[in-house]
Design a protein around this ligand. Structure first.
Ligand code: ZN
Length: 180
């Protein structure tokens, strides 16, 4: 069986404001834990024996490290019977910005270029390097970015936010049936 679209599985990305350091790798781990917990709760309600595969969309604005998230999912899922050996497929969901003034459309990379070089916006990390605070507080994108064409700060943001489980393939109790 395969379920599509899980609005109630929308996991809120916690603000990274409290985590001004490389320790934010912990962030991926707490998200992985949240995903496995959601799957457990869903399995409980629907008498699911085991998840075979889980597809997850990761919003580009969440700026998560997919390798770390994948590693965390692999480790945490092994601790639970229903998610043991489940295949997790992670996909980046891109964001599109549309200017309300001139209609220009752009993606994250081009948008980030509009705020690059603003050194007063940089914060120092633990290793003494500098990074844009965006990595820790994706919400800042709204305050910092400008339309690359006309410079306006009035724009729409579509997609690219949050972490969503978009489909799961599972085995039912005893039957072992699954269709993809
Ligand atoms: Zn514009």
């Amino acid at each position: 069986m395969k379920y599509k679209s899980f609005p109630w599985f929308q996991l809120k990305i916690l603000s990274g404001a409290r985590v001004f350091s490389r320790y934010c790798k912990m962030h991926e781990w707490s998200i992985a834990e949240g995903i496995v917990r959601s799957l457990e709760a869903f399995a409980e309600k629907n008498s699911i024996k085991r998840f075979v595969a889980v597809e997850i969309n990761v919003g580009e604005l969440a700026m998560l490290d997919l390798d770390v998230l994948n590693e965390a999912l692999k480790t945490i899922s092994q601790e639970h019977e229903r998610t043991r050996n489940t295949v997790f497929k992670l996909r980046i969901e891109h964001v599109t910005f549309t200017c309300n003034k001139c209609g220009c459309k752009w993606g994250l990379q081009r948008g980030l270029e509009t705020i690059k070089g603003s050194e007063d916006l940089m914060i120092e990390d633990l290793e003494g390097g500098y990074d844009l605070p965006l990595h820790y507080m994706p919400e800042l994108v709204y305050a910092l970015m400008r339309c690359p064409s006309c410079g306006s700060r009035d724009y729409k943001v579509e997609g690219g936010r949050g972490v969503r489980i978009i489909s799961v393939t599972f085995e039912n109790g005893g039957v072992g049936e699954h269709v993809s």
